[in-house]
Design a protein around this ligand. Structure first.
Ligand SMILES: Cc1cc2nc3c(=O)[nH]c(=O)nc-3n(C[C@H](O)[C@H](O)[C@H](O)COP(=O)(O)O)c2cc1C
Length: 240
Protein backbone atom coordinates (compact mmCIF):
# COMPACT_ATOMS: atom_id res chain seq x y z
CA UNK A 1 0.00 0.00 0.00
CA UNK A 2 2.88 2.30 0.84
CA UNK A 3 4.31 1.69 -2.63
CA UNK A 4 0.97 2.53 -4.19
CA UNK A 5 0.71 5.80 -2.28
CA UNK A 6 4.27 6.67 -3.27
CA UNK A 7 3.48 6.02 -6.93
CA UNK A 8 0.39 8.26 -6.73
CA UNK A 9 2.52 10.92 -5.10
CA UNK A 10 5.16 10.76 -7.83
CA UNK A 11 2.53 11.04 -10.56
CA UNK A 12 0.97 14.10 -8.90
CA UNK A 13 4.33 15.78 -8.45
CA UNK A 14 5.31 14.95 -12.01
CA UNK A 15 2.13 16.45 -13.44
CA UNK A 16 2.39 19.52 -11.27
CA UNK A 17 6.03 20.24 -12.11
CA UNK A 18 5.52 19.66 -15.83
CA UNK A 19 2.92 22.44 -15.81
CA UNK A 20 5.48 24.86 -14.39
CA UNK A 21 6.76 27.68 -16.55
CA UNK A 22 9.41 29.75 -14.85
CA UNK A 23 11.36 30.17 -18.07
CA UNK A 24 11.32 33.18 -20.38
CA UNK A 25 12.95 33.33 -23.78
CA UNK A 26 13.55 36.99 -24.61
CA UNK A 27 15.26 37.85 -27.86
CA UNK A 28 16.08 40.71 -30.18
CA UNK A 29 16.27 39.97 -33.89
CA UNK A 30 16.30 42.40 -36.78
CA UNK A 31 16.48 40.04 -39.72
CA UNK A 32 15.31 36.69 -38.33
CA UNK A 33 18.47 34.70 -37.54
CA UNK A 34 18.27 35.05 -33.77
CA UNK A 35 14.54 34.53 -33.93
CA UNK A 36 15.14 31.15 -35.60
CA UNK A 37 17.53 30.12 -32.83
CA UNK A 38 15.03 31.35 -30.21
CA UNK A 39 12.41 29.11 -31.79
CA UNK A 40 14.78 26.14 -31.52
CA UNK A 41 15.42 26.97 -27.85
CA UNK A 42 11.64 27.09 -27.29
CA UNK A 43 11.23 23.81 -29.08
CA UNK A 44 13.93 22.15 -26.94
CA UNK A 45 12.13 23.42 -23.83
CA UNK A 46 8.64 22.65 -25.10
CA UNK A 47 7.79 20.37 -22.19
CA UNK A 48 8.36 23.34 -19.91
CA UNK A 49 6.14 25.66 -21.96
CA UNK A 50 8.48 28.66 -21.84
CA UNK A 51 7.13 32.13 -22.48
CA UNK A 52 8.58 33.98 -25.46
CA UNK A 53 9.11 37.71 -25.70
CA UNK A 54 10.52 39.56 -28.68
CA UNK A 55 12.45 42.70 -27.77
CA UNK A 56 11.50 45.37 -30.30
CA UNK A 57 12.28 49.07 -30.49
CA UNK A 58 9.59 51.74 -30.72
CA UNK A 59 11.44 53.09 -33.74
CA UNK A 60 12.20 50.21 -36.10
CA UNK A 61 15.64 49.88 -37.64
CA UNK A 62 15.98 50.69 -41.36
CA UNK A 63 15.42 47.94 -43.91
CA UNK A 64 18.76 48.82 -45.41
CA UNK A 65 21.66 46.91 -43.81
CA UNK A 66 24.21 49.71 -44.13
CA UNK A 67 21.83 52.29 -42.72
CA UNK A 68 21.19 49.99 -39.79
CA UNK A 69 24.87 49.51 -39.13
CA UNK A 70 25.34 53.30 -39.16
CA UNK A 71 22.44 53.84 -36.78
CA UNK A 72 23.62 51.04 -34.49
CA UNK A 73 27.13 52.45 -34.36
CA UNK A 74 25.78 55.89 -33.52
CA UNK A 75 23.69 54.38 -30.71
CA UNK A 76 26.69 52.53 -29.35
CA UNK A 77 28.90 55.64 -29.49
CA UNK A 78 26.24 57.61 -27.62
CA UNK A 79 25.60 54.79 -25.13
CA UNK A 80 21.95 55.14 -26.16
CA UNK A 81 19.01 53.26 -24.68
CA UNK A 82 16.50 52.90 -27.52
CA UNK A 83 12.90 52.94 -26.29
CA UNK A 84 11.28 49.52 -26.49
CA UNK A 85 7.80 48.95 -27.83
CA UNK A 86 6.62 46.33 -25.35
CA UNK A 87 7.07 45.02 -21.82
CA UNK A 88 7.28 41.64 -20.16
CA UNK A 89 4.09 41.46 -18.13
CA UNK A 90 5.51 39.95 -14.95
CA UNK A 91 9.27 39.39 -14.87
CA UNK A 92 9.15 38.29 -11.24
CA UNK A 93 7.69 34.89 -12.13
CA UNK A 94 10.76 33.82 -14.12
CA UNK A 95 13.80 32.17 -12.56
CA UNK A 96 15.51 31.53 -15.88
CA UNK A 97 15.75 33.97 -18.77
CA UNK A 98 17.21 32.87 -22.08
CA UNK A 99 18.46 36.05 -23.75
CA UNK A 100 18.97 36.03 -27.51
CA UNK A 101 20.51 38.76 -29.66
CA UNK A 102 22.67 39.32 -32.74
CA UNK A 103 26.15 40.70 -32.25
CA UNK A 104 26.16 44.35 -33.26
CA UNK A 105 29.50 46.07 -33.41
CA UNK A 106 31.10 43.44 -31.24
CA UNK A 107 28.47 43.25 -28.51
CA UNK A 108 24.74 43.32 -27.77
CA UNK A 109 22.48 45.82 -29.57
CA UNK A 110 21.79 48.81 -27.32
CA UNK A 111 18.13 47.77 -27.14
CA UNK A 112 19.28 44.76 -25.12
CA UNK A 113 20.73 47.14 -22.54
CA UNK A 114 17.36 48.89 -22.39
CA UNK A 115 15.78 45.51 -21.74
CA UNK A 116 18.33 44.44 -19.10
CA UNK A 117 18.05 47.74 -17.24
CA UNK A 118 14.26 47.70 -17.34
CA UNK A 119 13.73 44.83 -14.91
CA UNK A 120 15.07 43.39 -11.69
CA UNK A 121 17.16 40.37 -12.64
CA UNK A 122 18.76 39.82 -9.25
CA UNK A 123 18.94 36.15 -8.36
CA UNK A 124 17.78 35.11 -11.82
CA UNK A 125 19.71 32.91 -14.17
CA UNK A 126 20.34 34.56 -17.54
CA UNK A 127 21.37 32.24 -20.34
CA UNK A 128 22.65 34.18 -23.35
CA UNK A 129 22.61 32.96 -26.93
CA UNK A 130 23.49 34.91 -30.04
CA UNK A 131 23.97 34.92 -33.76
CA UNK A 132 26.81 36.68 -35.55
CA UNK A 133 28.67 36.95 -38.82
CA UNK A 134 32.15 36.14 -37.58
CA UNK A 135 32.62 37.66 -34.12
CA UNK A 136 31.32 34.71 -32.11
CA UNK A 137 30.04 36.04 -28.80
CA UNK A 138 32.14 39.19 -29.12
CA UNK A 139 32.22 41.12 -25.82
CA UNK A 140 28.58 40.34 -25.17
CA UNK A 141 28.93 38.04 -22.19
CA UNK A 142 31.10 40.37 -20.12
CA UNK A 143 28.89 43.30 -21.13
CA UNK A 144 25.75 41.46 -19.98
CA UNK A 145 27.50 40.53 -16.72
CA UNK A 146 28.32 44.18 -16.14
CA UNK A 147 24.76 45.27 -16.92
CA UNK A 148 23.14 42.79 -14.50
CA UNK A 149 25.74 42.09 -11.79
CA UNK A 150 23.19 40.49 -9.47
CA UNK A 151 22.15 37.85 -11.97
CA UNK A 152 23.87 34.56 -12.68
CA UNK A 153 24.94 34.92 -16.31
CA UNK A 154 25.79 31.80 -18.30
CA UNK A 155 28.64 31.40 -20.75
CA UNK A 156 26.38 31.68 -23.75
CA UNK A 157 25.99 29.92 -27.07
CA UNK A 158 26.90 31.41 -30.43
CA UNK A 159 25.56 30.45 -33.85
CA UNK A 160 26.67 31.96 -37.13
CA UNK A 161 23.73 33.77 -38.69
CA UNK A 162 24.17 31.82 -41.90
CA UNK A 163 23.80 28.59 -39.89
CA UNK A 164 20.77 29.66 -37.86
CA UNK A 165 18.27 27.73 -39.96
CA UNK A 166 20.21 24.46 -39.65
CA UNK A 167 21.19 24.87 -36.00
CA UNK A 168 18.22 23.03 -34.48
CA UNK A 169 20.12 19.92 -33.40
CA UNK A 170 23.07 21.77 -31.87
CA UNK A 171 20.77 24.22 -30.10
CA UNK A 172 18.74 21.32 -28.66
CA UNK A 173 21.94 19.59 -27.51
CA UNK A 174 23.11 22.78 -25.81
CA UNK A 175 19.75 23.40 -24.12
CA UNK A 176 19.52 19.81 -22.92
CA UNK A 177 22.98 20.09 -21.38
CA UNK A 178 21.90 23.04 -19.26
CA UNK A 179 19.58 21.01 -17.00
CA UNK A 180 17.26 23.97 -16.94
CA UNK A 181 14.11 21.94 -16.52
CA UNK A 182 15.31 20.26 -13.34
CA UNK A 183 16.72 23.58 -12.13
CA UNK A 184 20.26 22.27 -11.72
CA UNK A 185 22.92 24.85 -12.58
CA UNK A 186 25.20 23.58 -15.33
CA UNK A 187 25.62 26.17 -18.05
CA UNK A 188 28.20 25.16 -20.62
CA UNK A 189 28.32 27.65 -23.44
CA UNK A 190 29.94 26.52 -26.64
CA UNK A 191 30.50 27.71 -30.16
CA UNK A 192 28.98 25.87 -33.07
CA UNK A 193 31.64 27.05 -35.48
CA UNK A 194 34.80 29.10 -35.51
CA UNK A 195 34.14 32.76 -36.35
CA UNK A 196 34.69 33.72 -39.95
CA UNK A 197 34.86 37.11 -41.53
CA UNK A 198 31.57 37.70 -43.24
CA UNK A 199 28.47 39.76 -42.77
CA UNK A 200 25.47 37.73 -43.83
CA UNK A 201 21.91 38.14 -42.76
CA UNK A 202 18.62 36.38 -43.27
CA UNK A 203 15.42 38.25 -43.77
CA UNK A 204 13.04 35.87 -42.12
CA UNK A 205 12.08 38.01 -39.14
CA UNK A 206 8.54 38.25 -37.91
CA UNK A 207 7.30 39.19 -34.53
CA UNK A 208 6.08 36.81 -31.90
CA UNK A 209 5.27 37.09 -28.29
CA UNK A 210 3.20 34.91 -26.09
CA UNK A 211 2.59 34.28 -22.49
CA UNK A 212 1.70 31.28 -20.46
CA UNK A 213 3.11 29.81 -17.31
CA UNK A 214 2.38 29.38 -13.64
CA UNK A 215 3.75 28.68 -10.21
CA UNK A 216 4.41 24.99 -10.58
CA UNK A 217 7.12 24.67 -7.94
CA UNK A 218 4.89 26.31 -5.38
CA UNK A 219 1.81 24.31 -6.28
CA UNK A 220 3.98 21.18 -6.42
CA UNK A 221 5.15 21.81 -2.87
CA UNK A 222 1.60 22.41 -1.65
CA UNK A 223 0.46 19.25 -3.36
CA UNK A 224 3.34 17.36 -1.82
CA UNK A 225 2.33 18.54 1.68
CA UNK A 226 -1.34 17.77 1.02
CA UNK A 227 -0.47 14.21 0.06
CA UNK A 228 2.35 13.57 2.53
CA UNK A 229 0.28 14.39 5.63
CA UNK A 230 -2.46 11.79 5.04
CA UNK A 231 0.20 9.40 3.75
CA UNK A 232 2.18 9.65 6.98
CA UNK A 233 -0.95 9.10 9.03
CA UNK A 234 -1.84 6.14 6.88
CA UNK A 235 1.67 4.71 7.14
CA UNK A 236 1.73 5.31 10.87
CA UNK A 237 -1.46 3.34 11.39
CA UNK A 238 -0.33 0.37 9.33
CA UNK A 239 2.88 0.17 11.32
CA UNK A 240 1.11 0.35 14.65
C1 LIG B 1 24.15 46.86 -37.04
C2 LIG B 1 24.82 45.54 -37.23
C3 LIG B 1 26.07 45.33 -36.71
C4 LIG B 1 26.69 44.08 -36.80
N1 LIG B 1 27.89 43.89 -36.22
C5 LIG B 1 28.44 42.64 -36.26
C6 LIG B 1 29.67 42.39 -35.60
O1 LIG B 1 30.28 43.24 -34.99
N2 LIG B 1 30.17 41.12 -35.67
C7 LIG B 1 29.51 40.12 -36.34
O2 LIG B 1 29.99 39.01 -36.35
N3 LIG B 1 28.35 40.35 -36.96
C8 LIG B 1 27.79 41.58 -36.94
N4 LIG B 1 26.60 41.80 -37.56
C9 LIG B 1 25.92 40.67 -38.22
C10 LIG B 1 24.83 40.09 -37.34
O3 LIG B 1 25.30 39.79 -36.04
C11 LIG B 1 24.28 38.78 -37.93
O4 LIG B 1 23.91 38.97 -39.25
C12 LIG B 1 23.12 38.24 -37.12
O5 LIG B 1 22.93 36.89 -37.43
C13 LIG B 1 21.84 38.99 -37.40
O6 LIG B 1 20.84 38.48 -36.55
P1 LIG B 1 19.30 38.80 -36.73
O7 LIG B 1 18.88 38.22 -38.06
O8 LIG B 1 18.66 38.07 -35.61
O9 LIG B 1 19.12 40.26 -36.67
C14 LIG B 1 26.02 43.04 -37.50
C15 LIG B 1 24.77 43.29 -38.10
C16 LIG B 1 24.18 44.51 -37.97
C17 LIG B 1 22.83 44.77 -38.58
Amino acid sequence: MKKFMLAVLMVFIGVSVSEASNILIAYFSRSGNTQKVAEYVASALSSDKPDIFRITTAEPYPEDYNETTRKAQEEQNNNARPVLSGDVEDMSKYDVVFLGYPIWWGTVPMAVYTFLEGYDFSGKRIIPFNTHAGSGKGRSISDINAAVPDAEVGEGFAVRGADAESSGASVAEWVNGLNVISGEPADTGTETKQPENEQTENTAGSSSSSSSGGCGMFSGTLLLCAIMIPCRKFAGRSEE
